[in-house]
Ligand binder design. Structure first.
Ligand SMILES: [Zn+2]
Length: 139
């Protein structure tokens, strides 16, 4: 009885944590994209005012911010939550190569399932248990 309660607490906690992580990652992605575009726009608008070395530095900074944002999204997106195989229904955490080479469409990613070995569209799941997105939408 007590153990079951603990499991529920852990389950809810994990779900909440993953939700926050996902929001942070999305926020980071948006922010890095905005700063990237802003810096490029600045370079384009003030192209006559800014000297060439400064331009180069600004573009370098813009690309660095963008790269960090993408890496954070890739690393962060892999390390929290799970992916659910649409063939066997197993949830799993993909390894980096599997993740990086997978095609990503919103919350779906085409990856090889470690359980059944089939390459299929895997859905992002916040918890290891059954997909409860419908439940969270109702809340
Ligand atoms: Zn599978």
């Amino acid at each position: 009885m007590e153990k079951a309660e603990q499991n529920i607490v852990h389950f809810v906690k994990e779900k909440e944590e993953n939700k926050i992580k996902m929001q942070l990652i999305v926020l980071m992605g948006i922010m890095s994209t905005i700063s990237f575009i802003t810096l490029l726009v600045v370079v384009c608008i003030y192209t006559k005012v800014i000297s060439v070395p400064v331009k180069g530095v600004l573009i370098l900074i813009a690309c660095t911010i963008f790269a960090i944002g993408i890496i954070a999204m890739m690393v962060g997106g892999r390390t929290f939550g799970y992916y659910k195989c649409s063939c066997c229904g197993e949830t799993f955490v993909p390894n980096f190569i599997n993740f990086a080479t997978g095609i990503n469409v919103v919350a779906m990613r085409r990856m090889k399932c470690p359980h059944c070995g089939k390459r299929n569209w895997c859905k992002k799941a916040l918890t290891k248990k059954e997909d409860d997105e419908d439940e969270s939408e109702r809340m």
